[in-house]
Write a protein that binds this ligand. Structure first.
Ligand code: ZN
Length: 350
């Protein structure tokens, strides 16, 4: 709670009077990954901290139930903040449930109402669905992954973007509609903490601290661009001063006029034939911390994992995509290797 309070206060001081739409992460609990289906003092205490950002008593009550809420921006865009930590494979409390805290039923109702009202929707949450690559890491329990994606597909005509964290990797995916046309773009923000896992056989990739500015159309919600900033830790340590600078602008790097589902689909298709474009993406995964090491280490099989992971959202479809490209099945990593140290995400709408 001290950490959450410090960061909340820092944001309130830096952005006075500006709405911040925050979501809880798996490490905002102690011990980690144990966000419960029931009311809890941590849900309540966090609701108290973020009450004036949420700004609607009914939604603050939802947050007390399970850390989810929805608000409408002054421009008429619907924001939905979810607690996807409940679906995370490391949360043993919710493994055998069907709809912890009733969040799915609530989400369906909010989306139905949004559709009736003609609203466009942006969703934010910490843990992303689908398969993380490289390593073929499944984040959600399978039954939650299926339900989450089914709901998202049903409303893919009104959901214009999803924003996640947790991966500690800069990345994106595309949820396809039934039939394969572009549905919803999903963006995974790299983290501020340069955390890397260490296990006896292997260390995770290092990465630099990162923060991003997402440009979006305030009426339609369509993501227009990402300006990715980073701090080069080596230089900052050498100079004894933090050295934040721009890493890239997505529109320029990937040659698109916006980051809509169609544009992200264009990028993903280009990756299949343009090796240097995928190299760029892999370099950005680690926020430039790994030089060309990661790129050079990514062989044909690793590239097949990437190309399947962008659009294949469950293990079965991922495996069949992978086999079709290289034969055999992708290596499997434990999802616990990727637990974040700095879990909460804060979207500041300016
Ligand atoms: Zn996390």
């Amino acid at each position: 709670m001290d950490i959450l309070r410090n960061i909340t206060n820092a944001l309130k001081t830096a952005f006075p009077g500006v709405k911040v739409y925050a979501t809880m992460g798996n490490n905002d609990w102690f011990p980690s990954d144990q966000l419960p289906d029931t009311s809890h003092f941590l849900y309540n205490a966090t609701a108290d901290l973020w009450e004036d950002w949420i700004g609607d008593q009914n939604q603050v009550e939802n947050f007390r139930k399970g850390a989810y809420y929805t608000v409408k921006t002054t421009q008429g865009l619907r924001i939905i903040g979810l607690n996807t930590n409940l679906y995370y494979t490391s949360d043993k409390l919710t493994a055998d449930m069907t709809d912890p805290t009733g969040q799915f039923a609530w989400l369906e109702e909010v989306l139905r109402n949004a559709k009736t009202a003609g609203d466009k929707v942006l969703m934010t949450a910490h843990v992303p669905p689908g398969i993380h690559v490289p390593g073929k890491v499944k984040r959600f329990y399978t039954h939650y992954n299926t339900r989450f994606l089914d709901i998202s597909r049903t409303f893919s005509d009104i959901i214009v973007g999803m924003f996640f964290g947790h991966d500690h990797y800069d990345g994106f995916k595309l949820l396809q509609k039934n039939g394969g046309s572009p549905g919803v773009p999903m963006f995974m923000a790299p983290s501020i903490t340069p955390w890397r896992y260490k296990i006896p056989e292997k260390s995770g990739d290092p990465h630099n601290p990162a923060i991003r500015l997402v440009k979006y159309n305030q009426q339609t919600g369509v993501p227009l661009d990402i300006h990715q900033y980073y701090m080069n830790l080596t230089d900052s340590n050498r100079n004894n001063a933090s050295d934040w600078k721009i890493e890239y602008k997505a529109s320029e790097e990937y040659g698109q006029t916006d980051l809509s589902a169609v544009s992200v689909d264009n990028i993903i298709k280009a990756f299949k034939t343009d090796k240097s474009l995928l190299d760029k993406y892999i370099r950005y995964n680690t926020v430039l911390a790994n030089g060309d090491t990661t790129v050079n280490a990514c062989d044909e099989k690793c590239r097949a994992e990437y190309n399947c992971g962008f659009i294949m959202m469950n293990e079965i479809s991922f495996d069949s995509c992978y086999k079709a490209q290289v034969g055999g099945s992708a290596r499997l990593c434990s999802s616990s290797l990727f637990i974040a140290m700095f879990a909460t995400m804060y979207y500041v709408l300016i």
